[in-house]
Design a protein around this ligand. Structure first.
Ligand code: HEC
Length: 106
């Protein structure tokens, strides 16, 4: 499963670190309310998306679009802008889980 492939358990993730990164990298496009900006407002995002979907999306929005994932295509259609690949998720171990944990608090 994707979760296992990430190396570190979700249980150990640190939402506080995730929040700090979010405020550096994501806020210019995402509000944490249900109001949209350049991208969708992320309130309750972990309720409308499965964890597995969120992990895949955060790892590579590009691949999700290329693989014609229905939800990803629908978002692109609505927002017109492509979310960039966040390269830090590849280079900083555990960061994706931290951000995922933070998203769950929204
Ligand atoms: C340059 C703008 C931009 C940045 C920066 C950005 N995103 Fe996005 N994001 C988008 C757009 C636009 C979408 C909608 C899909 C699309 O059109 O690609 C999206 C979609 C999403 C979704 C899916 C939302 C839903 O309703 O299902 C999540 C989750 C998400 N982004 C998280 C993040 C996180 C976490 C970061 C920071 C690490 C981030 N994004 C950085 C623009 C951005």
């Amino acid at each position: 499963m994707a979760v296992l492939a990430l190396g570190r358990g979700i249980a150990e993730a640190d939402a506080e670190k995730g929040r700090a990164f979010f405020e550096k990298k994501c806020v210019r496009c995402h509000k944490i309310t249900d109001q949209n900006g350049t991208g969708p407002g992320l309130k309750d995002v972990s309720k409308r998306r499965k964890e597995e979907w969120l992990i895949k999306w955060l790892k590579s929005p590009k691949e999700m679009i290329e693989s014609k994932d229905a939800a990803a295509l629908e978002l692109l259609e609505r927002f017109k802008v492509k979310m960039p690949t966040i390269f830090e998720f590849e280079t900083q171990e555990g960061l994706l889980e931290d951000v995922l944990d933070y998203l769950k608090t929204l």
